[in-house]
Design a protein around this ligand. Structure first.
Ligand code: PLP
Length: 399
């Protein structure tokens, strides 16, 4: 049995190395290292591949962008993608953006940096996705945007979020760093994650479902004006060379990373299916266990299982379980041990009235209970059986 890793990038390279090497070789020999043809090729492939969308007349009337074709813009990383999204929206300083507290820090960090104020809300403890009722309750006079996070690999309830946004005239920015390829499907709105809000952002961090060999990210929008502004902002604010219309960033997707991504891109759906098959095997082995809950599926989304996250009945089991697994050579992770509103820097900002949050007891509780198991397209049934055996053994010994 191969050693178990959270994400086995070596095994993936063994499987797909020939395709990746061929793409890389071509890009290296062309020597167009900055803004090479691979970047535009990847942008077109993704804009086309993720374009399919169905929206009700009510939603398209409220949001004309929903009937427009998708644009994709390669950028330096997922955090830049989020920063560029909020730079492009150009919200007044102090505007509030509603986002879940149970998430990665990048989005909150970007908001604080841009003098925007996050309003942290709860997630659903079963699906881990942002709670739409909590968003509704959090909307205030300064609220200008909602930023759902498609956590762990499934899409938040975009129809409900877009309806709320229409009612209150808000922007929607999707953080899709963990759910590229996930499909949302409800009566009245269906489409790929990152392509339904005004702007969608993703990351190609190596361990992501579509990962490069360094940093990379992509911004999506169906709004043609936002597409132009985003492209300029990511290129020092230039629409034309040496004409700086905006104060921008230098945020480019590297040509070599784009070449690697072009080799992997045709496999994205297969990566998702393999991850989902692995998740099903974990489910079959672990559901019904008294000490833990397996991850719930949203009825409105496919799940591409960026993470397979269990929720433990008794939080005090988590550290000993992690140590027990580590002693058997099994890595595990906690995404995330500290909710955003409790992070030192953000808590200070909140106490200086930069943003706000309601009571987030559910999020705080989840941060104590969650544990993510190894999952990736290359994970083998034999490896999973070993992981499951060790988990069972732990609870038989200490449960
Ligand atoms: C939910 C979420 N948002 C944003 C990011 C930021 O992406 P990057 O690391 O490419 O900047 C990540 C990456 O871990 C993430 O998981």
């Amino acid at each position: 049995m191969r050693p178990i890793q959270m994400v086995d990038l070596q095994a993936q390279y063994q499987r797909l190395g020939a395709e990746i090497d061929a793409r890389l070789q071509r890009a290296v020999s062309q020597a167009a290292y900055i803004k090479g043809p691979e970047v535009a090729e990847l942008e077109s492939a993704m804009a086309e591949g993720f374009n399919p969308l169905k929206a009700s007349e009510t939603l398209t009337t409220a949001f004309p962008h929903l009937s427009q074709p998708l644009h994709a813009l390669g950028v330096a990383n997922g955090t830049d993608a989020l920063q560029l999204a909020f730079m492009a929206l150009d919200l007044p300083p102090g505007s509030e953006v509603i986002t879940p507290a149970f998430s990665y820090a990048a989005l909150a960090e970007v908001l604080f940096l841009l003098n925007l104020n996050p309003v942290f809300v709860e997630v659903n403890p079963q699906t881990f996705l942002v709670d739409v009722d909590a968003i509704r309750e959090a909307i205030g006079p300064k609220t200008k945007a909602i930023a759902p996070v498609h956590l762990y690999g499934q899409t938040a309830d975009m129809k409900a979020i877009m309806e709320l946004a229409a009612e209150h005239q808000l922007y929607v920015v999707e953080d899709c760093a963990q759910a590229l390829g996930s499909q949302y499907c409800s009566e009245g709105l269906s489409g790929y994650a990152a392509t339904m809000g005004h702007i969608g952002c993703t990351s190609f961090f190596p361990s992501k479902n579509l990962g490069c060999m360094g940093d990379g990210g992509m911004v999506f929008t169906r709004n043609p004006e936002l597409a132009l502004r985003l492209r300029a902002l990511a290129n020092h604010g230039q629409e034309q060379k040496y004409q700086h219309r905006y104060i921008g960033l230098n945020s480019r997707l590297d040509t070599l990373q784009a070449a690697i991504l072009l080799a992997k891109w045709p496999h994205l759906a297969d990566f998702g299916s393999r991850r989902a098959a692995a998740a099903k095997r974990y489910d079959e082995a672990l559901s019904g266990h008294a000490e833990l809950a397996v991850p719930a599926r949203s009825p409105l989304s496919t799940h591409v299982f960026h993470q397979y996250t269990l929720s433990l009945q008794n939080p005090s089991h988590r550290e000993p379980l992690r140590q027990w697994l580590a002693a058997a050579g099994i890595p595990s992770m906690v995404y995330y041990p500290t909710p955003l509103h409790r992070q030192e820097a953000y808590a200070q900002a909140l106490s200086a009235s930069r943003g706000r949050c309601a009571n987030l007891a559910m999020t705080e509780d989840l941060c104590q209970r969650v544990i993510s198991l190894p999952i990736c397209p290359e994970l083998e049934a034999e490896q999973q059986a070993f992981v499951v055996g060790k988990i069972r053994e732990f609870f038989e010994t200490f449960g």
